[in-house]
Design a protein around this ligand. Structure first.
Ligand SMILES: *Cc1c(COP(=O)(O)O)cnc(C)c1O
Length: 712
């Protein structure tokens, strides 16, 4: 398949590679590549919101021409380009030495969202970033993977807080041409358009591609003229609330996605479903086998032994269940193609304990994939219990559901200045070997003062960025002064700073720390050892309870009684997440257990030396070792869980965190605190890396399932 590479007619020939570099997200996790764009014109880099595609197109020719004759710039350029070329040319995957033909046996990864970079807004939250980090790590390890998802042309909801503290959403239209997204072309130069099979009236998708290093991500877009208006809206935005449109979305994702792969020549593949939204792809795999001459049972067996399903949440609303009448409406011509009648078809999605409820996508995925996992040890246990009525159906000896704990892509989430410090003490080769725990023992060699200075610099950078945002809201949008304060104007870098940023789902209990206001206020307003808290996060547009929690926090942030020590920063996304996980002192996490399947933001913080104060849930049950942060873990539960958890947070803050943080040496370094920072890095950077995670997927699932794919 050809790609229509965005043209950069203004780039001088000596720097021709810049265009290629801008079109591959590899630059986003390689600081030297980022610097090539940034140093060319800092202001333009900032204005493009770190989007080199956009920046290069808008740069005046003089700037490009000047760079093309600047010897320093050219030296940097040549080094980066040679590294990029070498990276892209590597063909072997050391983890899969026996792979017969990587060209044929591929892993097809399906996800409804991808969090890759601020310039590609195809995500809502953690699920998306997990998927994005998975792709980046598969690229780094050269695991032969292709990914499929949606382009959401109206996907990005800019968050604004109104006068009343209520969340408002402004839809930002995606500029498809000004990002690292390219059209996939037919031989005649037109864009590849794929018809989703078996649906009347037909649904068409236009196909785009994002290059994530060596991993291609194909994005489907229904917003094209060929489709009738209702169809055009299918991919407009993530997770629509209307059940029928949502079903149509999942039909396009699973069935359309498989058809897209077929059209670009990827015919046989191992399927990895990141959550159940794309589970219809399993049906399409069965249909394909049946077309090859197998009967339903044999086809199903083949599909089971070549499919991986990762479930991501124990929260019931996270599992789609569709009414039977809608299933009938969209699938009545599909089940004959599988050789099934209506009853046998609907049964595939029935939950044995609740067969009336409808067609359950998680149940479908669990039934039709042999390799199943939760995303932390605890979540594995919870999922085994949650779906236990299904296990009676399993063949002897097959394990019900395993766990592979999530991890984060270290090159993406580690701050460049921190990376430089690590280069100095861990040796320049540490990144290549970063999932080896021994590498991280060398952290102890870093002088406390150096780590502290680096952290403090990042904290100032965070607070500067927040103040700059509020300054612009004040100067340009003339917002109410109390919102300027609430946005973080009075934040002070010398004050102990907690960070809480994530989606405002109610189970995450963003407002837990407000449980005893007087006790909290005492800590915030302490003359000598004060505390401040930075909040950020979006509520789903249809989630009013989530918005009420958010409003409560904004109103607290505006309340003069809080002294400006509470901030709510608008529009949480990848960019703000980077600032926060690099720059706060403590990362706060307060879900109602066991609702947090894994959680990943705390890992991002820990890798940068920011320890967690977290409820014992998700990854923290595996990650906490008594030295690398704090656990909210006590015996009182049930009736007054919120109150008991909040009291424990206050106790830990008052007795442990605050005294330790403010206990500084004569040189102004809190040595005991820095010890915890070092332990936080050591305890997370190898084990909770996406590298460890992807290797586990390869060992436990991919290697075995790929054998099955290649046998057939
Ligand atoms: C990492 C990340 C998340 C997920 O964080 P959780 O701790 O799993 O809630 C959500 N949004 C953004 C922008 C992120 O970077």
């Amino acid at each position: 398949m050809n790609l229509q590479q965005t043209g950069f007619p203004n780039i001088p020939p000596r720097l021709a590679g810049l265009g290629e570099l801008a079109e591959n997200l590899w630059w986003s996790w390689n600081p030297a590549a980022r610097m090539l764009f940034k140093t060319m014109d800092r202001q333009a880099w900032k204005e493009s919101v770190h989007n080199p595609d956009k920046m290069l197109k808008e740069l005046p020719n003089e700037i490009l021409a000047a760079a093309a004759i600047n010897p320093d710039y050219l030296r940097q350029y040549d080094v980066v380009m040679s590294r990029f070329k070498k990276y892209m040319a590597t063909k072997t995957c050391p983890l899969l030495p026996d792979m017969p033909d990587p060209g044929i046996s591929r892993i097809a990864y399906f996800s409804a969202e991808y969090g890759l970079h601020r310039s590609l807004p195809f995500y809502a939250g953690g699920l998306g970033f997990l998927a994005g980090d998975h792709l980046k790590e598969c690229s780094d390890l050269n695991v032969p993977l292709v990914a499929v998802g949606f382009m959401y042309p109206e996907g990005y909801l800019l968050q604004r807080i109104g006068e009343d503290g209520w969340q408002e959403n402004i839809t930002e239209k995606l500029q498809r041409e000004a990002a690292a997204i390219n059209k996939v072309l037919n031989d005649d130069g037109t864009q590849l358009i794929v018809k989703v099979p078996l649906f009347e009236p037909p649904i068409y998708v236009a196909v785009w591609r994002v290059d994530v290093g060596r991993v291609p991500l194909y994005l489907m877009d229904t917003d094209i003229e060929l489709n009738e208006p209702w169809h055009r809206g299918i991919s407009a935005r993530l997770y629509t609330g209307d059940p029928e449109q949502r079903l149509r979305q999942e039909v396009v994702l699973g069935i359309g996605g498989a058809e897209v792969l077929e059209n670009i020549g990827i015919k046989r593949f191992l399927l990895h479903l990141n959550e159940g939204h794309a589970a219809f792809a399993l049906l399409e795999q069965i249909r394909d086998r049946i077309n090859q001459g197998l009967d339903f049972e044999k086809a199903m067996e083949w599909v089971r032994s070549t499919s991986v399903f990762t479930t991501h949440t124990p929260v019931p609303a996270g599992h789609d269940v569709f009414p039977f009448h809608l299933m009938e409406k969209y699938f009545h011509s599909y089940w004959p193609a599988l050789g099934l009648d209506q009853d046998a078809f609907q049964k595939l999605g029935l939950h044995p304990e609740n067969p009336e409820a409808g067609f359950n996508m998680t149940v479908l995925a669990l039934r039709l994939s042999k390799y199943r996992n939760g995303v932390s040890k605890k979540h594995g246990e919870v999922s085994r219990r949650m779906w236990q009525s299904l296990w009676a159906e399993l063949p002897q000896g097959e394990s019900a559901i395993e766990h592979i704990t999530n991890g984060v892509h270290v090159p993406t989430w580690i701050e460049p200045k921190m990376q430089l410090l690590l280069n100095k003490y861990l040796g320049p080769g540490w990144m290549a070997d970063h999932d080896n725990p021994l590498v991280w023992e060398l952290i102890d060699k870093i002088p406390d003062e150096e780590l502290w200075k680096t952290h403090y610099w990042l904290k100032i950078k965070l607070i500067d960025a927040i103040r700059e945002r509020t300054r612009l809201r004040w100067a340009e949008d003339r917002v109410n002064p109390s919102l300027v304060v609430a946005g973080g104007t009075l934040l002070d870098p010398s004050v102990l700073t907690l960070g809480f940023a994530r989606r405002f789902a109610t189970y995450k209990r963003a407002d837990l720390i407000f449980n005893d206001l007087d006790r909290l206020k005492r800590m915030l307003s302490d003359r000598w050892r004060p505390l401040q808290i930075i909040f950020a996060g979006k509520a789903h547009p249809a989630d009013d309870p989530g918005k009420r929690i958010l409003q409560r926090i904004v109103n607290a942030a505006r309340d003069p009684d809080m002294g400006g020590r509470i901030a709510f920063v608008e529009d949480y996304g990848e960019r703000l997440a980077q600032y926060l996980v690099h720059g706060v002192d403590v990362w706060l996490n307060t879900p109602v257990p066991p609702s947090e399947a894994s959680g990943t933001s705390g890992m991002k913080a820990a890798v940068n030396g920011v320890p967690q104060l977290s409820v014992m849930d998700g990854w923290w049950i595996e990650g906490f070792n008594g030295k690398n942060g704090w656990a909210i873990d006590h015996k009182e539960v049930d009736a007054n869980r919120d109150q008991a958890d909040a009291a424990e947070i206050y106790r830990i803050l008052e007795e442990e965190i605050i005294p330790l943080y403010y206990k500084v040496s004569e040189e102004g370094v809190p040595n005991e605190w820095v010890r915890i920072m070092k332990e936080a890095i050591k305890g997370a950077a190898s084990i909770f890396s996406a590298r460890r995670m992807v290797k586990e997927y390869v060992d436990k699932f991919y290697a075995r399932a790929l054998q099955e794919v290649s046998k057939s």
